[in-house]
Design a protein around this ligand. Sequence first.
Ligand SMILES: Nc1ncnc2c1ncn2[C@@H]1O[C@H](COP(=O)(O)OP(=O)(O)O)[C@@H](O)[C@H]1O
Ligand SMILES: [Mg+2]
Length: 391
Amino acid sequence: MRVLLFTGKGGVGKTTTAAATAVLAARRGLKTLVLSTDPAHSLADALGLELGPEPSLVADGLLAMQVDGQRAFERSWRDVQDYLRSVLERAGVDALQADELTVLPGAEEVLALLELRRQAASGLYDVVVVDCAPTGETLRLLALPEALRWYVEKVFPGQRRVMKAVRPLLARVAAVPEDGVFEAVARLHGELTEVRDLLTAPTTSVRLVLTPEAVVVAEARRTLTSLALYGYRVDGLVANRVLPSSDDPWVAGWVEAQATQLEGIRRDAAPLPVLVAPYAAAEPVGPDKLLDFATRLYGVTDPLDVVSTEELMSVSRDADGFLLSLSLPLARLSEVDLARSGDDLVVTVAGHRRLLALPSALRRCDVAGARLVDGRLVVRFEPDPLLWRQP
Ligand SMILES: Nc1ncnc2c1ncn2[C@@H]1O[C@H](COP(=O)(O)OP(=O)(O)O)[C@@H](O)[C@H]1O
Ligand SMILES: [Mg+2]
């Protein structure tokens, strides 16, 4: 099963491109599901149909759904939230504030991805197309399973042990988390790990939608870097709303500006393809117009093709130790920060942070330096003599 995710800045045409790709895939005989995790319910608008929180048949071989993020949130986070709220209330925070403090910003959207996992597991589809919410927060939150792993493995087991000892004492001053809370966190962690596995599988890829404008392109460049940092495979870009040439001087000015932006992003994104969709005279709404949109966009190429084969992370050995190489296109060394935290390498790039669990050989090494070479961050690890002597 193939999974295609469409992301990009707000309003650039993510929903349109995702819906169009799904219509084309279905038309070519693939069992297709298109789902939107964006709380702005525009997938239904793009298809020109009503959609519900369960898949419904919208064309031959094509099902569509609008994920209900709130419902996903209630299902997965409620137990934990109840606990946190009760602790805050006992600590004197008023109920309304406590409520707000326990809502993780953006969590709804991440939890909406749990629905992707459920649908993928149904085995009913050849391809699942996901219309994601705008870039920023989702990206950061997609690293959540890794962050949660840290809690589950490092904080919770210990805390659980400590709890036994201090439970009677704690009961007097705060609410003791019931085992149900630990279970809820562990279950959520398990589910999110499965989502992440699905999103980073070789059969999954991300397509970045943009319009050829300076501000949008600048964000797209940063997104290319952060997607790679989090281990997501981008296999193409879509430049949408490209204006046709014109004799009108005002339009001609825009055409020229767009051409400059397109050239820049083509150069930066190479070898990834940049597909182009023209600015249509009317909004491409409904399956027929979307099919038209997709046919022009993909031409003769297969919309499901994976073009990128680059390894996102690899480890190699040389005489002095090990080299860990991480795909990080367009990053600048001045924005990169590295730190060791136990068995993890914490990589921060322009405010995006990822905890990389190090392979065991590297855990016994020190970081001896880092360089950026051809869009890859290469971190040198040298054996720590003290650690290597241990069994
Ligand atoms: N190539 C295009 N030509 C004309 N209108 C477009 C084109 N692409 C998208 N639109 C319209 O632009 C608006 C925003 O597109 P949408 O796909 O909803 O963006 P996003 O999901 O990124 O917010 C919609 O009204 C859509 O119909
Ligand atoms: Mg949208």
